[in-house]
Design a protein around this ligand. Structure first.
Ligand SMILES: [Zn+2]
Length: 492
């Protein structure tokens, strides 16, 4: 017994000396994944980002503070080459107070509203008659010719909200997809209200546009992106407000009353454009590859957020997962063959501005970037990955055996345009996007309910494990991932 025991101990000791497990890829995955349980920084980091730094509008001082904080974290975690990479935002924007109240009928209701971002204010309070425009095509719109001077228009019928349980199941949208002919107005459609309609409103001398926030429980919604590199203030745009769904319904009912009933409201919106260009940073750090350091896998999330809530699930969660994956990989001591580059992008909410600038600036390096992997659907557990390039997706699916027991099992050829991996995809690089449990994301998205209380630590840990292992496997793959034609972009 004694000898046997001694022999057993000796083997055990040897095992420890060499690393307690054989260094196969799955053992390496395990070495990385256990790090999340030892000293997880996820919730602490997310809390700091939400509570101390706050919402991180692109171009704001808050975002700059977040960049500096993230760079320090990257350094603390042992990343190399930590730096800020600036890009130019054509101009900044500050949300001022926005108020709206009913004048006629004089029912005392103060309407809950939020401005479309990067739009101008009203230069003081304005009053106007509310006109409901249910038009779904140019012909119906023409009926309003000459009737809208000074009007405050409701751009479309109130949306039809899906039951919350249904959103959790489908995860797609908070509104019912159109079964009627013509486009169904949705909150998202207001991001770029049909150009013809906008143009018509301007020509007719409309004073302001109201759009249904399209969310449950009277939550507000904001967004505001623009194409290209122009100054958004140079794009002629009317003051545009999202109105909480029940208030929008109220206005619509009132406005639809037969004459001589009139519906008049007063609105006062005080936004401010901040002259640009303004240098905004993407925050970057690396684990340098041991074997092919010039070949790179990019792991990313956007650090910027909208400003109605705290930017917790869009996208504090993804940002802290990227930082946590960095910490875990360094701590594990596992040496990736290729360089893993961690990037916290900015200007995502204004139309992927930061990642686009990054891809342009790194043109010469693009042939050596194997993939870009992004986490950007909130706190929900990772269920799988989508990628527009089937061959690369298949290669990655075959690698990620260790993630199966974690529930990462769904791999789909799909081009999803809504986040920073898409900037890489457009440049011909496989862009991967985590498919996640909905976990309240749709309901909180871009609203004042995007707050820390939505975060679920267990699923964030799972996300960090999924992110870290995906990065490691792509970094250690036999070659760069295959490139190919992208599947067509899915409608968002
Ligand atoms: Zn996002």
């Amino acid at each position: 017994m004694y000898r046997i025991l001694l022999g057993f101990l000796a083997v055990g000791a040897l095992g420890i000396a060499l690393g307690s497990e054989p260094a196969g890829p799955e053992a390496l995955d395990r070495r990385v994944m256990v790090e999340v349980d030892k000293d997880s920084q996820l919730l602490g980091n997310l809390t700091h980002l939400c509570d101390v730094i706050g919402p991180r509008l692109t171009g704001s001082a808050n975002l700059k503070r977040a960049n500096d904080w993230a760079a320090q974290k990257m350094k603390d975690y042992g990343l190399s080459n930590v730096h800020q990479e600036p890009w130019l935002l054509p101009e900044g924007w500050e949300r001022g107070p926005a108020s709206a109240r009913l004048i006629e009928p004089d029912n005392g209701v103060r309407l809950s509203v939020a401005s479309l971002a990067w739009t101008q204010g009203t230069n003081g309070p304005i009053r106007g008659e509310v006109v409901a425009i249910d038009a779904t095509d140019a012909k119906e719109l023409a009926a309003f010719k000459g009737k809208l001077k000074g009007a405050i228009v409701l751009a479309g019928r109130p949306v039809e909200l899906l039951p919350l349980a249904e959103i959790e199941k489908q995860g797609k949208s908070v509104t019912v997809a159109s079964k009627q002919k013509g486009p169904q107005p949705t909150a998202q459609a207001a991001r770029g209200l049909p150009k013809a309609r906008d143009e018509f409103f301007r020509q007719e001398g409309v004073a302001a546009i109201l759009s249904d926030a399209g969310k449950h429980f009277g939550l507000l919604f904001t967004t505001g992106s623009w194409e290209g590199k122009e100054r958004p203030s140079a794009i002629p745009r009317l003051p545009t407000l999202f109105v909480a769904h029940p208030h929008y319904q109220l206005l619509h009912r009132l406005a639809k009353r037969p004459a001589p009933a009139k519906t008049i409201i007063e609105i006062d919106v005080r936004n401010k454009f901040i002259p640009g260009p303004i240098a905004v940073n993407n925050t970057v750090g690396e684990i340098r590859g041991s074997d092919k350091p010039d070949e790179v896998v990019v792991i990313g999330a956007h650090l910027d957020s909208w400003d109605l809530g705290q930017g917790a699930v869009d996208n504090g969660t993804g940002s802290t997962i990227v930082l946590e994956a960095a910490r875990m990989l360094v701590k594990s001591g596992v040496q990736p063959r290729r360089t893993i580059r961690f990037i916290l992008f900015t200007g995502e909410e204004q139309g992927l501005k930061g990642s686009q600038a990054y891809v342009e600036k790194h043109k010469d390096e693009l042939p050596r970037i194997s993939a870009c992997v992004v986490h950007d659907t909130g706190t929900g557990k990772c269920l799988g990955l989508s990628c527009a390039m089937t061959p690369a997706l298949k290669q990655v699916e075959a690698e990620l055996i260790s993630l199966k027991p974690l529930g990462v099992t769904e791999y789909r050829t799909q081009s999803i345009g809504g986040s920073d991996h898409y900037s890489f995809e457009k440049a011909g690089i496989p862009g991967f996007f985590f498919k996640q449990e909905v976990a309240g994301y749709r309901f909180a998205h871009h609203s004042q309910a995007d707050t820390l209380d939505r975060a679920e630590e267990a699923s964030l840990r799972q996300g960090a494990q999924a992110m870290a292992v995906t990065a490691l496997r792509i970094a250690n793959y036999e070659g760069l991932l295959k490139r190919g034609k992208s599947a067509p972009k899915a409608p968002s």
